[in-house]
Design a protein around this ligand. Structure first.
Ligand SMILES: [Zn+2]
Ligand SMILES: [Zn+2]
Length: 155
């Protein structure tokens, strides 16, 4: 029995490789232009480590390819999980103990709260896709899309 368990564990360890940061020289150069983007939706961000394209995350790239889109933000799964207002409201209530701690403000979400939940949903979804915790990596195109829908300057 033990031998069977060991062999099945071995064959299931076939996860996509974890993202590896580009070499220092490359990452520093990313602030000078968006040539590093292969999805067509990224912008130069304020820090070099923000300049990451969704196509550099292997499992995310594969998922986009399977769905026939170039950028993960065009994928309907991404839109359902990370952008849908009702999903984000539910995430907000879950974060706040089903609204118990919010009292009368239970459905009063401003854009800051929507962005917070959108980033959190994305972090959770990357774990689902990659089967690893890569929550510190948010591609530029994803940041741009969340800010486009839930802008900073609007309540
Ligand atoms: Zn890109
Ligand atoms: Zn992208």
């Amino acid at each position: 029995m033990a031998a069977v368990d060991a062999s099945s564990a071995k064959s299931s360890a076939n996860h996509p490789p974890l993202y590896v940061w580009p070499q220092n020289g490359d990452i520093e150069n990313r602030l000078t232009g968006s040539e590093w983007c292969n999805c067509g939706k990224c912008s130069v961000m304020t820090t070099p480590k923000g300049c990451i394209c969704c196509r550099e995350l292997s499992a995310m790239k594969n998922h986009a390819d399977e769905c026939g889109v170039q950028c993960i933000t065009e994928n309907t799964d991404f839109q359902s999980v990370c952008l849908n207002r009702e999903v984000l409201k539910c995430a907000w209530l879950q974060l706040n103990d089903f609204g118990v701690s919010l009292g009368n403000n239970v459905i009063q979400m401003d854009n800051r709260a929507f962005r917070f939940c959108a980033y959190r949903q994305f972090a959770i979804w990357t774990v689902v896709l990659h089967r690893k915790d890569v929550r510190k990596i948010v591609p530029s195109c994803v940041v741009m899309k969340i800010k486009e829908l839930y802008p900073d300057d609007q309540p």
